[in-house]
Design a protein around this ligand. Structure first.
Ligand SMILES: Cc1cc2nc3c(=O)[nH]c(=O)nc-3n(C[C@H](O)[C@H](O)[C@H](O)COP(=O)(O)O)c2cc1C
Length: 307
């Protein structure tokens, strides 16, 4: 059964990716399933300098999901290049590097350094505050986003994927902005801003007060965003990321227009989920008497066009 799928020039063996920040650098998963045949790794967000992240607590279990305030902890791009990239490449593991910066220059420097790797693409996290523009996230201001995209498009040797934030009133203009800058792959979406309070000590749980909410509870919300985004244009390739907990969740995303999906918080509960979902997908496609994942997407598209 052919589960392969192309996102522009990115060829994937299956429609499953391991979401940034939930799989480390992917190597941790090699004891649980055959990475090469099962899923594409998306690395933890990489910055120009090492980042120690936020003080604890960093994770809080909320009803229906998970709040995290990791603060984008990572060892920095030079460490990644020296100590991690070659390990992934020696084993031929398919990987995408998630990149974030506080200023456009940082994104540029990181991408220039990573251009020589065998990464399949760069996933650009635009949820970081733009220091030069006074702290508004790149992903929440269309003009700032467009300038960033224009600049990184000029220097990237690889396909760019823009990971959008759901914390906007309308996601469609952000998808359009990507298309206008010649980028047609988007990840929808990152975590939702939330918070938790500690009733014993009568204060917020997290030192930074707000945290990112992920897991099962966000699936219906991100499902809507994916559906809205696919209406923007036939040309956009959507990578869905949000609350996938069962194989049926993944199917729902494919039905509303996602080409591939990311498995995130589920990996904390079930490290073998990617392998199970791969087997489930094969059985499902066979049960419809179809021959490939692409045929399933075509079939779903036909159905969607009748809504
Ligand atoms: C602990 C944790 C760390 C994360 N770190 C990153 C990150 O470094 N960069 C990024 O773009 N997204 C990061 N995310 C967001 C996930 O990649 C994913 O988009 C989000 O959790 C929604 O998917 P889920 O509900 O399946 O977890 C992180 C999420 C979690 C739970």
């Amino acid at each position: 059964m052919d589960l392969s799928i192309n996102l522009g020039k990115i060829n994937l063996k299956t429609p499953y990716l391991l979401a940034s920040g939930t799989c480390g650098f992917g190597l941790e998963f090699e004891n649980f399933f055959n990475i090469k045949e099962t899923a594409t790794i998306i690395t933890k967000g990489i910055s120009l300098e090492p980042n120690p992240g936020n003080p604890p607590p960093r994770i809080y279990e909320a009803y229906g999901g998970l709040l995290n305030s990791i603060g984008l902890q990572n060892p920095g791009v030079d460490f990644f290049l020296k100590e991690i990239a070659y390990k992934l490449e020696r084993k031929n593991y398919p990987y995408i590097v998630n990149v974030y910066g506080k200023e456009i220059e940082e994104y540029i420097k990181i991408i220039e350094k990573l251009n020589s790797t065998q990464a399949l693409a760069f996933e650009i996290n635009v949820s970081c505050p733009n220091v030069k523009k006074g702290g508004l996230a790149f992903g929440q201001d269309i003009d700032t986003l467009k300038v960033l995209l224009k600049e990184i498009k000029k220097i990237s040797h690889k396909e760019l994927i823009i990971k959008l934030t759901p914390n906007v009133s309308d996601i469609k203009p952000f998808v359009k902005a990507c298309l206008e800058e010649g980028i047609n792959i988007v990840t929808i979406a990152n975590t939702y801003l939330g918070m938790a309070v500690d009733l014993k000590n009568l204060k917020p749980v997290f030192k930074k007060v707000y945290a990112g909410y992920s897991g099962p509870a966000i699936k219906p919300l991100t499902l809507r965003l994916v559906y809205e985004a696919q209406k923007v244009s036939e040309d956009v390739y959507i990578i869905a990321s949000g609350g996938i907990t069962t194989f049926k969740d993944a199917l729902e995303y494919f039905l509303v227009g996602a080409k591939v999906v990311q498995l995130g918080s589920i990996l904390f509960r079930d490290v073998k989920a990617p392998k199970k979902f791969k087997d489930d997908l094969k059985s499902y496609i066979a049960s419809l008497h179809l021959n490939s994942f692409q045929e399933l997407l075509d079939y779903f598209k036909e159905k969607r066009q009748m809504w």
